[in-house]
Design a protein around this ligand. Structure first.
Ligand code: ATP
Ligand code: MG
Length: 447
């Protein structure tokens, strides 16, 4: 033990920041801390399970891509490209780069680059951070996490259905209730063009009633007017020509099959003829999973078919369908719906009365962990290990079921005392160091 308080001598020679200069996380970008991070890990474990159950495989693409990928692949007249991207010039070579605002273009870029669909379709999923310069509020952040699934090289409605069934099953496994599914069909390009002409005509006749954004979109992407969040425009939007009434037989058949497959699996849906999604590349089926329990940020998951994207990115036409899910919103809803957070705790807490015991105790702890037992080693904030009393207090607070006491007497005999901390008995047994690993292997996983 040293008598010097830790703060008395500077630990390095860098000039320290003043109190007012202390650095915080960037606005809209959050730290995910324990114990909340346990909810993330729990959710991610379910995700891996469900993805495996549908034979979707993990893909990890870079967080930074060429800006042009999103301009082309997300669409120039989308909110994302118009105002939400974190773009910068690489100082070293002048390249225009962007932090990914979504990951479908990245996945499709990778699929083209590595010719992933050369021998048939590929089913892929990803999880990771996305970046959009938005006004931060509940459920809307500048760095947020998306889970996404993409089925590349499949044209049939059964895969549209599969993707939605997967979301339904994931939500069921994590205990979510009251999430509704809204569907629409955007048909094919020729049908959208006819509809577009009808929209331009309709909104053109009501031009003065539109807000500035929508007036601009009338030129660039009139379909997006249907997507407006401006309450003053809702009535006008309600009266607009519906894309569904422009669909031909083939498109209607595709859509009907999706609906009946969902019916066959007991997934309830409703058609929302105004659902167009914000992104330019969709065709045929589009869908959202929505809750009313999170206020304005109620869309948990959105997706659809994007048969045109491969071609847009310079590859041969390849049908594809996928979705993206906001993980923060899903976790928030899980919390709102009262799912208790199961805190991770170690099996055991190692109480080590004397520093001289460390060299004997640590190899035993190594062996226990190797055998699958999680052990939190006592360590004090100050130099030295602290009194037995304070060690047992920490052992209690750790949530561990057992304390392992490496006292000098025990160690002299090649033993450790195992004390029960949770069952109220305070029972303790002394085990040999070899025996303790055998005992440990009978323990259940702590979480
Ligand atoms: P919104 O209409 O809420 O802006 P969006 O259409 O921009 O959503 P997508 O691009 O489809 O959203 O992304 C898929 C999902 O990612 C959304 O349904 C939502 O759950 C989540 N998401 C999108 N933007 C954010 C954000 N800024 N913060 C947190 N989650 C987000
Ligand atoms: Mg958005």
């Amino acid at each position: 033990m040293t008598d010097l308080p830790a703060a008395a001598a500077p630990a390095n020679s860098i000039a320290p920041l003043g109190k007012r200069e202390r650095l915080n996380a960037v606005k809209g970008m959050n730290d995910i801390l324990p114990p909340d991070s346990a909810r993330w890990e729990w959710f991610e474990a379910h995700v891996r399970d469900v993805m495996g159950a549908y034979a979707y495989r993990n893909i990890r693409t870079p967080i930074v891509e060429q800006t042009a990928l999103f301009v082309k692949g997300t669409g120039e007249s989308t909110d994302i490209v118009e105002k939400e991207m974190y773009s910068f010039v690489d100082r070293l070579n002048g390249e225009q780069l962007t932090l990914r605002p979504e990951n479908t273009p990245g996945v499709v870029r990778a699929a083209i680059e590595h010719n992933l669909t050369y021998d048939g379709g590929k089913r892929l999923f990803y999880m990771g951070p996305m970046f959009r310069h938005e006004r931060p509020q509940r459920g809307r952040y500048r760095q947020f996490y998306q889970l996404g699934a993409e089925a590349l090289g499949f044209a049939g409605p059964e895969v549209d259905a599969e993707l939605m069934l997967m979301v339904a099953q994931l939500f069921e496994r994590v205990g979510l209730n009251n999430v509704r599914v809204e569907l629409n069909s955007l048909g094919v390009l020729a049908e959208r063009l006819q509809h577009r002409a009808a929209l331009v005509d309709y909104f053109g006749r009501h031009f003065d009633a539109l807000d500035a954004d929508s007036q601009r979109r009338l030129q660039t992407n009139p379909l997006r007017i249907l997507d407006t969040k401006n309450p003053a425009l809702q009535e006008l939007v309600q009266g607009a020509p519906q894309l569904l009434s422009f669909l031909g037989e083939t498109s209607l058949k595709h859509f009907d099959q999706v609906k009946s497959l969902l019916d066959a699996c007991g997934v309830a849906w409703s058609v929302n003829p105004r659902l167009v999604r914000g992104l330019d590349y969709y065709s045929h089926t589009v869908f959202e999973f929505i809750t009313d329990e999170l206020g304005a940020q109620g869309t948990l998951c959105g997706g659809g078919r994007y048969d045109g994207l491969f071609e847009t990115l310079g590859a041969k036409p390849t049908p594809a369908v996928g979705w993206g899910m906001g993980i923060e919103r899903v976790l928030e809803l899980i919390k709102v719906q009262g799912e208790a957070l199961v805190l991770p705790v170690p099996h055991a807490y190692a109480v080590i009365p004397q520093e001289s015991a460390l060299a004997l105790a640590l190899p035993v702890l190594q062996a226990l962990r190797q055998a699958g037992v999680s052990v939190q080693m006592h360590a004090a904030a100050d130099a030295g290990l602290g009194s037995m009393k304070s060690q047992f207090k920490k052992a209690d607070a750790s949530g561990a079921a057992f304390a392992l006491v490496f006292g000098p007497d025990e160690l002299a005999q090649g033993c450790v005392t195992v004390k029960s901390l949770r069952d109220g008995s305070g029972a303790q047994v002394t085990r040999t160091l070899t025996d303790v690993a055998q005992w440990a292997s009978t323990l259940q996983s702590p979480t």
